[in-house]
Design a protein around this ligand. Sequence first.
Ligand code: SF4
Length: 444
Amino acid sequence: MNRHVIVDGARRPVSAGCADVPAPADARATERSGPVVRTERGQREVFCGLTGIIWMHRKIQDAFFLIVGSRTCAHLMQSAAGVMIFAEPRFATAIIEERDLAGLADANEELDACVERLLARRPDIKMLFLVGSCPSEVIKLDLSRASQRLSARFLPDVRVLSYSGSGIETTFTQGEDACLASLVPSLPRAEPAARELLVVGALADVVEDQFARIFEALGIPARFLPMRRANALPAVGEGTCLLLAQPFLADTARALEDRGAQPLCAPFPLGIEGTTAWLKAAADAFDVDPDLFARVVAPMEARGRAAVARDRARLEGKRIFFFPDSQLEVPIARFLHRELGMELVEIGTPYLHARHMAEELALLPDGVAIVEGQHVDRQLDRCRAAAPDITVCGLGLANPLEAEGLATKWSIELLFTPIHGYDQAADLSGLFVRPLLRRAKLKV
Ligand code: SF4
């Protein structure tokens, strides 16, 4: 059967490229009209891609992120990840001064000297990312060429890569996508016959370890990108099955598919239902015996369901509004609606990748409003008019909305908190319980 979403009143199919993956059971049972998707363009209220460094620097333990930017970029990073200034940091900002902007200095020479000093002082660095910013793009500093030049000089000890974290027309999770996409050309080539699962997207180490144990129990050879050490690059080739753990990795997925990886389409591993469907996509691709699959996941499903059920009483029937920010909005809305009984007022999302989201959209209720893109004033008007019980939004909108009496959840917390997998499902639901409890306590 065909599944459709409605875009500005016109239906379009959403499952291109995933025809080999069976539709979720309830989508097969009856013809559904699906969510109503429309796009909106206007002023945006989002963090830039530099923000991704805050969680990415924890993943690759011998990597360093050198932002080539302004004092504004440095302030953003230090205030967003202030705790790191007390430790030996794995990110820093090479400040572009006024004389660089005025063309009075050779920015390439200064960058090379800066990298040389950094690597001499920090021999533990094995992978260096040069991260572009708005200012480096304004002066047209070619960081791609700089990384090639510096790699030629410092390899084999240090691999130098580059990507843009610029805030122009990006959202903060695109920083991770750009970072991982920059890694893809460096991945070794796998033998075509080598069947391996590649899980793509930064997961908290505790979650990655849980998934690694599950894949091992299922007999699936699995690797993860990003890897924890710079010299542990996973190989990729025609035998690689690509399973996205995060929904915002369109460029990385495209680059891996260009290297021959075969995409598996599945809901994302958020909540019990999403985690099982995600694992099942991998299990089916590797012909895992269904009985073995059921035996492995059943105890974890049961434990996760019991933990999530404790939050259902608090969230059931509550109305939630998502501003577009993290690109996690659609899978989290699906979890909150289907497993906790929340009512979805509007799901804003910066981008909607039809293929990567097809399985998620099929699980959303008919007629639910999805808005791709941002026109912040109109969204604020709709949010105020709807008066939802919880509003998920960026930091810049949260305080004003709280002052107006709305309970908010910062979307960036969804990236800082381990929320994937069975054991974290209750932590994810708990993130939405807390704003309600806080408001209840504040009421006099
Ligand atoms: S990259 Fe651009 S948006 Fe981000 S902190 Fe720097 S100047 Fe601001």
